[in-house]
Design a protein around this ligand. Structure first.
Ligand code: AMP
Length: 574
């Protein structure tokens, strides 16, 4: 079906999605049957005694719920070049490398043609809905895309980030034709060897095409914010290059330089125009529509760990809508944003019932201390309830705990619309206290309100559990745009401590089993140093997510944080 999309047929894609979502239950059973049939010969499925059965009852009886660690020996064999049917009937051709920024460890997961097709289906579906609301005609897109290099495993398999694997797939260009506005930047910039250089050139390409740019996007909100923060610093250099048709010495990669030199010629009028636009802005508010007057929206993942960047992004985006990108993981896609007009805070993702088989572990029961509850099916989830997702896909993952918590906000026909809540396993915990990434985010949001009167922004934050003393305590690191009054920071610290409201934390604090929360203010650009460190470890900017809780095992990042502390405050809230 996918191969036929030459001219993008919006209505057809929307109608197909509507049909799938009307029959979500049936489609799920059928999808599971296909997955199990195609992979009946896989050693993994044979071992669990499925014996060729493809119904959901037998599947749930025989196949255990697993986490990545359980699959590592199988994945290792695939990486080492064993091409026998291990997890899938056909050999796995490629591996994806997850970001690991949330857990401190990168994971390899299988990638194959079916996952590529799922990606295209998600892209096509959300694009069809997005384009119905915000039609784009012959426009260009300023896409801050940084493709990492694929590498070869010991066993000869190519491996790279999931985005890179999709991007390098031989069918990618053909299937994106008609749905992707032409990127302003040439491939040499996207595949450039250094992200600073690529970012500089992306900005330059965007400015050269300023009148044609209709979409500004990146995978994550973080890299959009990062791009325009960089613009604030280097815009005069960019104008110089535009004026004289030259290219700054900071771009050293000869391939990138050669590609850029074809695009640059002296254009003093444009340089003057950009200077005029930038000079008229207050605190860079509305920078994006000012620079790109025909832009229709700003697009990227803005939910979950990206939420804290929305405020900074809105400053740059001004009146332009922020449109949330879809929900997936290196392990596979889950859901598309089919309500593109929803603001990021209310964004939901509608599950595509034919891209995998989905089960949901109810979290309320788990949190209330009961035994591990039974997972329910896609069409059995209840409105308003929170669940952890279990994924079965076409690339050898069976009943795999993705580790994400989601909330059911509604239904599109019979398939659920999910709100991303947080990563499940990310917890601040010393004894009986349990705080997730979301709890941390809410506490930080509450405390940072106290900075508004000081006209100071919170640039970024993370946390750490310090158990080096007899009584452990939470440490929150903040990077700020200015220097607030000491009393304000003391109050922020108390507010953070009070905002962790789970009963375990409050009672432990009251009896002194957890020590006073500590707020540590770090120097400007500390989080940028963390980003650079993660990139030096092989992460791409497209995949980077600030680690919201830094464990003692993540020594390099903890060291960067600790070495850059300028002040610290202990709470007196209890
Ligand atoms: P990775 O490990 O690099 O594959 O990242 C996958 C993880 O990113 C998912 O498991 C989610 O926790 C997070 N993620 C992906 N898409 C979204 C989204 N639209 N909203 C919030 N979080 C997301």
């Amino acid at each position: 079906m996918l191969e036929k999309i030459e001219e993008f047929e919006f209505e057809k894609v929307i109608n197909e999605f509507e049909e799938l979502s009307k029959n979500a239950g049936k489609v799920q059973e059928e999808t599971l049957r296909k997955i199990l049939e195609e992979n009946a010969a896989a050693e993994y499925l044979q071992q669990v005694g499925l014996d060729g059965r493809t119904d959901s009852e037998s599947f749930k009886q025989c196949v255990p719920i697993v986490i990545h660690k359980d699959l590592e020996p199988y994945i290792q064999r695939i990486m080492d070049g064993d091409s026998s049917p291990i997890l899938t009937g056909k050999p796995i051709p490629t591996l994806s490398l997850s970001s690991g920024t949330t857990q401190g460890k990168r994971k390899f997961v299988p990638f194959n043609d079916q996952l590529f097709d799922n990606t295209m289906q998600i892209y096509h579906t959300s694009f069809a809905f997005r384009n119905r609301e915000f039609p784009i005609k012959n426009g260009k897109a300023l896409v801050f895309l940084y493709s990492s290099r694929q590498f070869i495993t010991e066993g000869g398999l190519p491996a790279g980030t999931a985005t890179t694997n999709v991007f390098r797939h031989p069918k990618y260009r053909k299937l994106m034709k008609g749905i992707q506005s032409q990127s302003c930047s040439p491939d040499e910039v996207i595949f450039g060897s250094d992200f600073h250089e690529s970012l500089y050139c992306h900005l330059l390409c965007g400015l050269l095409n300023y009148n044609d740019v209709q979409i500004i996007s990146s995978t994550f909100a973080h890299s959009l914010v990062q791009a325009f923060q960089t613009f604030e610093q280097i815009w005069e250099n960019l104008c110089f290059d535009i004026r004289f048709g030259s290219l700054d010495d900071r771009v050293t990669d000869p391939i990138t330089r050669a590609a850029m030199s074809k695009l640059l010629k002296p254009n003093p009028e444009l340089a003057d125009l950009i200077i005029e636009k930038c000079s008229g802005l207050s605190k860079w508010y509305g920078l994006i529509p000012e620079l790109f007057p025909n832009a229709k929206y700003v697009y990227g993942i803005m939910t979950g760990s990206m939420e804290p960047y929305i405020k900074q992004l809105r400053r740059y985006a001004g009146w332009l809508p922020l449109v949330c990108a879809d929900y997936g993981a290196s392990e596979g896609w889950i859901a598309a944003n089919v309500n593109p007009r929803s603001p990021p805070e209310e964004a939901t993702f509608t599950v595509l019932p034919n891209i995998g088989y989905f089960e949901f572990i109810p979290l309320n029961e788990t949190r209330n201390g009961g035994a591990e509850p039974k997972p329910v099916g896609l069409t059995e989830v209840k409105l308003g309830e929170e669940y952890e997702i279990i994924l079965t896909n076409f690339a050898g993952l069976y009943r795999y705990r993705l580790g994400d918590a989601v909330k059911v906000m509604g239904f599109h026909n019979s398939t659920p619309e999910l709100k991303f809540v947080c990563r499940q396993n990310l917890m601040l915990s010393i004894n009986i206290d349990k705080n997730t990434e979301k709890d941390l985010q809410l506490a930080v949001e509450e405390a940072s309100k106290l900075l508004i009167a000081e006209k100071i922004d919170l640039i970024d934050f993370t946390s750490h559990v310090d158990v080096t003393k007899e009584v452990g305590h939470y440490v929150i690191f903040w990077e700020l745009s200015g220097e607030p009054d000491e009393n304000v920071l003391k109050e922020c610290c108390n507010c953070l401590d009070r905002s962790f409201a789970d009963a375990g934390y409050v009672s432990s604090r009251k009896v002194g089993m957890i020590g006073p929360l500590e707020l540590r203010i770090v120097k400007k650009e500390t989080f940028y140093k963390i980003l650079l460190h993660c990139l030096s470890m092989g992460n791409t900017l497209n995949q980077f997510k600030t680690p919201r809780c830094v464990g003692s095992n993540n020594k390099p990042v903890l060291q960067i944080l600790c070495n850059n502390v300028v002040e610290s405050y202990f709470s007196t809230a209890y």
